[in-house]
Design a protein around this ligand. Structure first.
Ligand code: GTP
Ligand code: SPV
Ligand code: MN
Length: 579
């Protein structure tokens, strides 16, 4: 895209929104310090206890605390291209609707122009973007989350085939006038009325997933809601990418510290915690880069047991959003093991009943602050994948781990993923919904075509990763988790690696390969043999009902569903009947 086009778009955006001034961001430390100082002065950031060096608290508007999926639209010209997985508006109508809200909305404010790069700056797999925003909070967060500023601008000016443009304004934060619109055919995003996370940091879900997924389909790669981690074992590192829905454990798994008895032999390296861009390498394997440069992670639940790596990276140079405060201004959240809450996330005195921190409170921190950050994350080719893991939050049905028979079955497994909803998006929490590949809120085109695209990698790649499905969240009858999770998930990863290296055999079941009982090490855990059986129990009736539910879900995609899926379902049904 010609730089002229971008300059003109910036001018037109300024004419539409009437800011008091326009500032092109260079991404420098000085600029960041100035933005922080401005926000401290106007009260939109609060400083914290000195023990938290360069850490700040931002309290978002209480009606603006998570992604709003009902107000998120994907607007290609043809409705069918958006699919039943997206809200759709005719692009002309969508433009008219939001442009009316953008008109003069930046009066009296500074309009910031942010050039950014998703992915290592010198990577051929990185993609460029430009975000316009009137929110200093967005600027500060984008500087942490992306490679933002001069180098990105230089790369854009040198000439990039495709630059994704995003216009953002908090406007008056009216939830009724909040829209996050995507125009994949124009590589354009327009977001108005929200200052929160995935709604406003346009590099993340809007660009790196919704727009990128449609670019990826055209160009033969994948943009996925996946963590990337390296598992080092006796000098050899295998990389895995794992897709779990929002607030279902990606950040935690990406930063896993092995249990004591494994620490000699295993080390987990963090490449990314939320997004993976995957391409077919010259060697026929799948390679992944993390397009982000920081983590925008869930704070509640983070402590020295669940995620010590995360805890140690967020005690300096971190922006906190919607946490509580102790009396001496330390950030506090549910699950923190020291201090007690004095002021809740809204800035009111904390009272016993409601959570003190918002359940979707987040930290923003540079990847480089993570003790387990992998040097390979900065490499321009990315890392080769040995395994892809899908996981949902299911209190019943899904076993702790199961391996797909082959790529086609694995894609079906991903497509049939379901999970209980969480606080990462507005709406009811704990409702089971289908969330294929953990991409339901993020796939920027017809999900049926997306599944076909996944299947088509069989023709492109010669050495595909193995596909697994995990579920850390299976519960007993009283609602207690059966599996300890967190660091102990290494015990499951160990099996995954052993399978990838053809070192263990497995039990052939209708739903896939399950581990032999002795191959998941439970030594030292409070997991009885009975619990272990429950973790791997196949509820035949439950799976038959699941097949019926899946068929009815797939039918909403009509002719877009790949024919291979019907064959998978038929095979599973027959095998269940005969088992
Ligand atoms: P997004 O940033 O929204 O995409 O979320 P995420 O997938 O990175 O989720 P994250 O790792 O932040 O975990 C979200 C919640 O799940 C936290 O409350 C964690 O404490 C909890 N969690 C993570 N891993 C496990 C696990 O292995 N077992 C259990 N029981 N809970 C877990
Ligand atoms: C998610 O909801 O999956 C997140 C947080 O990672 S947000 O950036 O708000 O999308
Ligand atoms: Mn996410």
């Amino acid at each position: 895209m010609h730089f002229n086009t971008i300059e003109n778009w910036v001018k037109e955006s300024a004419q539409l929104t009437s800011p008091a001034s326009v500032k092109w961001c260079d991404g420098s430390q000085q600029e960041y310090d100035h933005i922080i100082a401005t926000m401290l002065k106007d009260g939109s950031l609060l400083s914290l206890n000195d023990k938290y060096r360069n850490c700040y608290l931002h309290r978002s508007h209480p009606s603006d605390v998570a992604r709003t999926e009902q107000q998120t639209f994907v607007c290609p010209r043809d409705r069918d291209d958006a699919g039943p997985n997206n809200n759709w508006l005719d692009p002309q109508q969508a433009h008219a609707k939001v442009d009316a809200l953008f008109r003069n909305c930046m009066q009296g404010r500074t309009m910031y122009v942010i050039p950014y790069c998703m992915g290592p700056i010198d990577s051929p797999y990185a993609r460029l973007g430009m975000e316009i925003t009137d929110s200093p909070y967005v600027v500060a967060n984008m500087r942490i989350m992306t490679r933002m500023g001069e180098q990105a601008l230089a790369r854009i000016k040198r000439g990039e085939a495709e630059v994704v443009r995003g216009l953002h304004s908090v406007a008056d934060l009216d939830p009724q006038k909040r829209f996050i619109m995507h125009f994949p055919e124009e590589l354009l995003i327009k977001s108005v009325g929200s200052g929160y996370g995935g709604n406003a940091l346009l590099g993340k879900k809007c660009h790196a997933l919704r727009i990128a997924s449609s670019q990826a389909r055209r160009q033969g790669w994948l943009a996925e809601h996946m963590l990337i981690a390296g598992i080092e074992h006796r000098g050899e590192t295998h990389y895995v990418a794992a897709a779990f829905p929002s607030a279902c454990g990606k950040t935690n798994l990406a930063m896993l510290i092995p249990p004591d008895k494994y620490r000699q032999d295993y080390k987990v390296w963090t490449v990314g915690d939320d997004i993976a861009w995957i391409h077919v390498g010259d060697d026929g394997r799948l390679w992944a880069i993390n397009p982000e440069a920081g983590f925008f992670g869930v704070v509640p639940g983070t402590n020295e047991h669940s995620n010590p790596n995360a805890l140690s990276m967020i005690d300096h140079d971190t922006i906190y959003t919607n946490v509580a405060l102790t009396a001496d201004k330390e950030p506090w959240w549910e699950g923190k093991l020291s201090g007690k809450p004095h002021t809740n996330w809204k800035g009111e005195p904390h009272r016993g009943d409601a959570p003190a921190a918002h359940p979707n409170a987040r930290f923003t921190v540079a990847s480089k602050q993570c003790p387990s950050y992998s040097p390979a994350a900065e490499g321009k080719q990315g890392v080769p994948l040995s395994a892809i893991i899908f996981g949902g939050r299911r209190s019943t049905l899904n076993p702790l781990v199961v391996e797909a028979f082959d790529w086609s079955h694995g894609v079906y497994m991903g497509a049939t993923l379901s999970s209980e909803t969480t606080a990462a998006a507005t709406g009811k929490v704990g409702v089971v919904r289908r969330d294929p590949m953990a991409m339901l809120p993020f796939c920027g085109y017809n999900m049926g075509d997306y599944w076909s695209h996944w299947l088509s990698l069989q023709q492109q790649a010669t050495q595909l990763p193995r596909i697994f499905q995990v579920n850390w969240f299976r519960c007993d009858d009283s609602g207690k988790f059966l599996w300890p999770g967190f660091g102990d998930n290494l015990r499951v990863l160990q099996w995954v690696l052993n399978r990838c290296r053809n070192e263990v055999d497995a039990v052939n079941t209708p739903i896939g390969y399950l581990p032999n009982a002795t191959d998941i090490d439970c030594e030292g855990l409070d997991v009885s043999d009975a619990t272990k059986r429950e973790l791997f129990a196949i509820d035949r009736q439950g799976w038959q009902d699941e097949l019926t539910a899946i068929a009815s879900y797939f039918s909403t995609f009509g002719t877009h569903v790949p024919p291979a899926f019907a064959a998978q379902a038929q095979r599973i049904r027959t095998q269940l009947d005969n088992s």
